[in-house]
Design a protein around this ligand. Structure first.
Ligand SMILES: Nc1ncnc2c1ncn2[C@@H]1O[C@H](COP(=O)(O)OP(=O)(O)OP(=O)(O)O)[C@@H](O)[C@H]1O
Length: 278
């Protein structure tokens, strides 16, 4: 006997899969400063999300809270349906300036650190671990740099080392805090290529960004954040003049030509000129 599976029953099965992240009424404070206020968002497994907002909007704070590095004041985060984050499943790539690049370790050592959670601190890495390190370096175009000290790399290469570490970790959730700051276009492209290759493995990606054009080109949805969540939608829907003014406030000058071209000069942000062109 054959059993027909209707599209409706397939949908029911799909809807039982827990989202990668379920953030409910999240508020994070540093003493009296409320860095994030009542943020709620549900992110599906495999989605790639750009977090957009001016300096001080709470982008890093949100990423750190999701990484389990920042205590939550009120609200809740569920990771793959669990109320506890499982560290092995999350890779967090901090802002470049937060890393001590003089630390005397090689590129492959840094990438191998991504395996520590899986192999344990005091066990030797296996051939499989080393293979994963090599593959991760190949994926970000750095195989030839495996034995270099990390301080001897360019900014773009250093950022890619941390992406390779996340790949070697085999994380299901990748959090990157402004990975493109200070990188030239080829290095940025290399990072986007590596991120794109994670789609086939359904790795969920959240990246803090300043460039609206890149957000709309490379990400499924964008979060517009300024302490509270202004919008969370595909870029085409989220990047309305009203939402952008709510996000960037008085620092924003909008010019538009037709419906789809926005030019934003934002004196508060690292990038002095941000553009969004369809
Ligand atoms: N460790 C801290 N102690 C006290 N206040 C902090 C701390 N970290 C961040 N803040 C404050 O929290 C708010 C949000 O900061 P956060 O770094 O999350 O913003 P951001 O959007 O990532 O900014 P940027 O684009 O400049 O990195 C800011 O007002 C900031 O000054």
């Amino acid at each position: 006997m054959t059993v027909a599976v209707s599209p409706a029953s397939v949908q029911i099965a799909d809807s039982t899969i827990a989202p990668a992240l379920d953030i409910r009424h999240l508020t994070v404070r540093y003493r009296e400063i409320e860095a994030i206020s009542d943020v709620s968002a549900t992110i599906a497994v495999g989605e790639h999300i750009a977090i957009i907002g001016p300096n001080g909007a709470g982008k890093s704070t949100l990423l750190k809270a999701i990484a389990g590095l920042q205590p939550i004041a009120t609200g809740e985060i569920r990771w793959f349906g669990n109320t506890q984050a499982e560290p092995n499943t999350i890779a967090y790539v901090p802002q470049r300036l937060q890393v001590d690049w003089r630390f005397p370790v090689s590129v492959s050592d840094v990438v191998l650190m991504g395996r520590v959670g899986r192999i344990g601190l005091f066990r030797r890495p296996s051939a499989h671990d080393r293979l994963l390190v090599q593959r991760a370096l190949e994926r970000v175009g750095l195989a030839a740099f495996a034995n270099r000290q990390i301080g001897q790399l360019s900014g773009g290469q250093q950022q890619r080392v941390f992406l390779a570490r996340a790949l070697a970790q085999e994380a299901r959730l990748l959090l990157m805090d402004e990975p493109l700051v200070g990188l030239d276009i080829p290095s940025q492209d290399e990072i986007f290529r590596a991120l794109a290759s994670l789609r086939s493995e359904r790795v969920t990606v959240l990246t803090a960004l300043h460039d609206l054009q890149q957000a709309s080109r490379y990400f499924d949805r964008v979060m517009l954040l300024n302490r509270r969540l202004i919008a969370f939608a595909p870029a085409r829907e989220a990047f309305t003049a009203m939402n952008l003014v709510a996000t960037y406030g008085g620092h924003l000058h909008l010019t538009s030509s037709g419906d789809s071209i926005l030019t934003i000069a934002d004196s508060c942000c690292d990038s002095s000129q941000m553009t969004h062109h369809d």
